[in-house]
Write a protein that binds this ligand. Structure first.
Ligand SMILES: [Zn+2]
Length: 140
């Protein structure tokens, strides 16, 4: 395993993201919405107000609110970003898995054909001189 493919920082959170697809999906959804994972799960920061009196007269009130992003929220986002950076663009697996020579005999290739893509590719190949051609497919 190359040094660039190690899990690096936050190995525990990265392992949780790899081992728990539901957690990963929820952290991805929260990150895509730019909200903390804890908020995604329904948590709201707690606010506490303290009041100071002098001879029965309110002289000062101070409201303290918990940060919206918890340490775990920030750690999960950083772990997710690290996981995304080390995901192979060719196969979609973590690079420390797909580039590990010990996995060489464990892969099988599956083929599927996107039918609209097949038709659009054939049209594009026939229209090589059509500048600005935009191709899309609809059913029917
Ligand atoms: Zn790969």
């Amino acid at each position: 395993m190359g040094a660039q493919h190690r899990q690096g920082e936050r190995p525990f959170l990265r392992r949780r993201l790899r081992d728990d697809p539901e957690l990963r999906a929820e952290v991805e959804a929260a990150a895509d919405l730019h909200i903390p994972y804890s908020k995604w799960r329904g948590a709201t920061p707690v606010s506490v107000t303290t009041y100071e009196y002098d001879n029965g007269q309110l002289t000062r009130s101070v409201t303290t609110t918990e940060p919206e992003w918890t340490d775990e929220d920030r750690g999960l986002v950083l772990a997710l970003m690290a996981e995304r950076r080390t995901t192979c663009p060719t196969c979609g697996y973590p690079m420390d898995v797909c580039r590990d020579p010990s996995t060489a005999q464990t892969w099988t290739v599956h083929e599927e054909i996107c039918q609209p893509g097949r038709v659009m590719q054939a049209v594009a190949e026939d229209r090589t001189n059509a500048r600005g051609l935009f191709i899309y497919a609809k059913r029917g």
